[in-house]
Write a protein that binds this ligand. Structure first.
Ligand code: SAM
Length: 343
């Protein structure tokens, strides 16, 4: 069944929050979209952002006058009002339709609504709220099926007793950001090596957040959707922040450049001045896995020679130092791990 919610009486100054909540409830409880009478770009943007992160193809349109819209509507119209018929008495009949427009008001609605509506429906005959009325109506309408609706977004919340558990779809995130397939392939390769390094360190009794390593490695080049220059580390950090990824992941992205970019080098490169060297074990693993990964995996020696020629001795020494540090922590030469993945 196609369900569109019409929000009447939206006042930009007063109703920003409640109309947003009407839209969020419409989306979460299974409606296909919302139409709002008053033009409000901020609310449109906010809901589109929710779609970007949590998925689905819920639409939002604002600045649509009610009379014409209702006249053109070729399905049934349900008006939610405390003066209407009891939901229990009419819901089975309403369910038989295949296209519904569900109207909710804010303050008093025009008297015409009661005449135009095919059903005036009350969610109890006490005054309460458009948000509650819409939620309960939708729940009755789809028999609670909204609870199992899959939105297929870049992030999915995993129910858990305490804390927050979120599953990210990294490839979708990279694609949505506009990364090329070559960049995505590279990120997958870096993540494979980074996770193997992390596992080796953990096996050798080191403490490392493998999930953060995987996330950081998969997303380290997300900024390449905007630029392939060194600014991609800043662009990537910003994109990750906008997607409300944990700080740990943002930091991995911003600190993955080479074997470490200190404040002096950052200034020379035109980056906002700060130290971008990898500090945590997770940052170091991702930065180094990235170093050893091009289109395939390369040995640190091979790379150090190339870096010395191209960037200078200092950079090559930094690279070798990072390699040694991680190899010691892993109890195995990182080249060995990369070699195994190569074969
Ligand atoms: N005087 C208004 C009325 O006619 O219902 C109440 C305004 S109420 C704050 C805003 C909106 O919430 C109403 O336009 C209606 O859509 C919805 N609403 C509030 N209580 C409701 C109820 N008991 N049943 C159905 N809808 C309700």
């Amino acid at each position: 069944m196609e369900v569109v919610v019409y929000r009447y009486g939206h006042r930009i100054a007063r109703d920003k929050r409640i109309t947003t909540h009407v839209a969020l409830v419409a989306r979460a409880f299974g409606a296909d979209g919302i139409v709002i009478d008053t033009k409000d770009e901020k609310i449109e943007e906010g809901i589109k952002k929710v779609n970007e992160r949590f998925g689905g193809d819920f639409f939002i349109e604002s600045g649509v006058a009610w009379r014409k819209y209702f006249e053109k509507w070729d399905g049934k119209i349900v008006h939610l009002t405390m003066y209407g018929e009891r939901i229990n008495d009419v819901i089975e009949e309403i369910k038989k339709n295949d296209k519904l427009l569900v109207i909710v008001g804010s303050e008093k609605v025009p008297g015409d609504f009661y005449r135009i509506a095919d059903y005036n429906v009350a969610i109890g005959n006490q005054p309460h709220s458009e948000v509650a009325a819409l939620a309960i109506f939708m729940h009755f309408l789809n028999n609670g099926a909204w609870l199992n609706k899959k939105f297929d977004g870049i992030m999915e919340i995993i129910p858990c007793r305490r804390g927050k558990k979120i599953k990210y779809n990294y490839i979708k995130m990279l694609r949505q950001a506009g990364c090329s397939e070559a960049v995505i392939k590279h990120c997958i390769r870096v993540a494979r090596l980074a996770v193997e390094i992390a596992k080796a360190i953990e096996k050798n009794r080191g403490k490392v957040d493998i999930a953060a390593v995987e996330a950081g490695a998969m997303l380290h080049d997300i900024g390449r959707a905007k630029t392939h220059g060194i600014m991609h580390i800043i662009e990537g950090g910003e994109k990750a922040r906008n997607n409300e990824l944990p700080k740990k992941i943002v930091d991995i992205i911003e600190h993955h450049g080479g074997a470490g970019i200190d404040e002096e080098e950052a200034k020379k490169l035109g980056l906002p001045p700060k130290d971008y060297s990898p500090r945590t074990i997770e940052e170091k693993i991702v930065a180094h896995a990235d170093n050893l990964t091009g289109n395939g995996y390369r040995s640190v020696k091979e790379l150090a020679i190339a870096w010395e020629k191209k960037i200078g001795k200092e950079a090559a020494l930094k690279l070798l130092k990072l390699h040694d540090e991680l190899s010691k922590l892993a109890g195995i030469d990182i080249d060995e791990i990369a070699r195994k993945l190569k074969n």
